[in-house]
Write a new protein. Structure first.
Length: 302
């Protein structure tokens, strides 16, 4: 059984259809005072909750309530499929008095579900996502196989240079470039604030006259993407496209990106967004294979 938060219903229904499973939307009623009431459908012994956790604060409360109801309804195993996982970037206190959100959310979810599956979690100093969720299973899937398949199907120009906007993007940029057999380059970034960054390329001559494909895991404020596009224009790139795993930016920022020189932006379906073009269903189906096998095993009487 797949249950989903309302914002994830379309993607959850598509995945459920491919898996041959029933799907049910979790109902959320908001009271005038801001509290919510959560109602779930029938629980299965193994229940999957599909919930992309962008704009997370109310969703987290709804998720906790849903888990309680599903457990009480008979679910023995809860699997959280969260294509986008919130609050992962703050893994240390950068300034005195700051909360370490990754630790808090990790313990919160570990107390509700038995397994977490996510995609390209925004981790910096945490090499293994399993350490975030004490006592339960956790998987951090890469979107690069799905992105590579989509780009091959779109007949990507073979002279394209795959570009990362900063040093943090090196692992997935190198992965995608390797899958597509294309050269790649990573920009050097100096951040002056949340919306102010400076971007440059160590070898701009390698870009001149070539199409460029910017690859990033998450775009929210859009400052880095815009600065990277402007640097590519300066370097003489012959057309700029972008692909991103998690699209969290507004429509205004999308227009700003277009004005900066980006002619197309494609994102995965990890977060519902107008730029969605790359489904992740195959990744999720492979990750859920063992759950399906386990669910089909008959109980042994003791």
């Amino acid at each position: 059984m797949i249950h989903s938060l309302p914002s994830s219903t379309r993607d959850a229904a598509r995945l459920a259809a491919r898996l041959g499973l029933p799907a049910c939307e979790i109902a959320i009623h908001a009271f005038p005072d801001g509290e919510i009431r959560v109602t779930v459908g029938p629980a299965a012994p193994t229940t999957i909750i599909y919930a992309s956790l962008d704009r997370p604060n109310e969703k987290l409360i709804a998720l906790m309530f849903a888990c309680e109801a599903l457990r009480r309804g008979g679910a023995r195993r809860l699997v959280l499929l969260a294509p986008y996982l919130c609050y992962m970037r703050q893994d240390i206190a950068f300034n005195a008095g700051e909360a370490i959100s990754q630790k808090v959310i990790g313990k919160l979810l570990a107390g509700c579900v038995d397994r977490v599956i996510t995609v390209d979690a925004h981790l910096h100093r945490t090499p293994d996502i399993r350490t975030v969720f004490p006592g339960i299973e956790a998987d951090n899937l890469s979107a690069m196989p799905a992105i590579a398949d989509a780009l091959r199907a779109a007949d990507l120009d073979p002279s394209t240079v795959v570009v990362g906007p900063d040093a943090e993007s090196e692992p997935w940029v190198a992965d995608l470039a390797g899958r597509l057999r294309l050269p790649h380059m990573v920009a050097q970034k100096i951040r002056h604030g949340d919306r102010s960054v400076e971007i440059g390329f160590p070898e701009p001559a390698r870009i001149a006259g070539h199409p460029a494909l910017i690859v990033d895991d998450i775009v929210s404020s859009g400052g880095t993407m815009i600065a990277c596009a402007k640097a590519l224009v300066t370097a003489g790139a012959n057309g700029i496209d972008a692909v991103v795993t998690h699209a969290l930016f507004s429509e205004q920022l999308r227009r700003d990106m277009t004005l900066s020189g980006i002619r197309s932006i494609r994102s995965t379906h990890s977060v519902p967004h107008p730029t969605n073009a790359i489904a992740l269903d195959d990744l999720f189906m492979r990750a859920l294979e063992n759950e399906m096998t386990h669910a089909e095993l008959p109980e042994i009487s003791r």
